[in-house]
Write a protein that binds this ligand. Sequence first.
Ligand code: SF4
Length: 260
Amino acid sequence: MIENENENENESECESESIAASETTLPIQERFVSVQGEGALVGVPSSFVRVAGCNLRCTWCDSPATSWEASGRRTSLDELVEFCQDGPQHVVITGGEPLLFKGVAALTRLLAAAGHHITIETAGTVWQDDVCCDLMSISPKLSHSTPWQRAPRLAHRHDQRRIALKTLRRLMSSFTWQLKFVVQGRDAGALARDVGEIETLLTQLAVARTDRACVLLMPECVDPGALTDRYRALTRLCVERGFRVGERLHIALFGHTPGT
Ligand code: SF4
């Protein structure tokens, strides 16, 4: 079963859970082998399977081909398993929002049976039954993600959906988790606002102080030349608060390049 806390809303603009029907194929935007660029497993060689389709519309989305202009090729689960079998043990299923798609649960079961370590990258707004996952990598979206200027008609819906407490609690109690937050680093005021939102959410989720090493703050930045300055500002803050500085290794190595 796929659950969204706001499932009774009008589904006119964003892709919805209804796109998720097939259990034997998935709309794949890209697949590739690289190293994990974010999170606790940064640097680990991994196969990436990126699903096209998302229920959110972050204004700064760094994979718009899975959200704003979603396009994917229907691909059988067998083909995806075969692709992963030829690659590293670690597999990252990302998007878009992979948990929207019924085929993702089936894919994770096949990959787990084949001995893969599975990370799912999710915004944490959707629950799906029968998923196998070694690391649920959850990236709740802060208020600066809302596209008030870019798409006012979608903005309210995005803002209502971006934090789903019940789903976040369920994901975190069911899987090994990490929380990744994209924060603004251009000025101290923006950063302080973001950190205030994060602290509030962590309180609502009852995240213990000792678990803050699993809470990663990453700069909103796709320019390799600007990353170092953003990290400096973030590092001071992370030391003060006990958060982990979240690397964006793929950006540092390759810039904002698909397939990396
Ligand atoms: S949740 Fe992820 S894929 Fe969806 S719009 Fe936001 S950044 Fe893009």
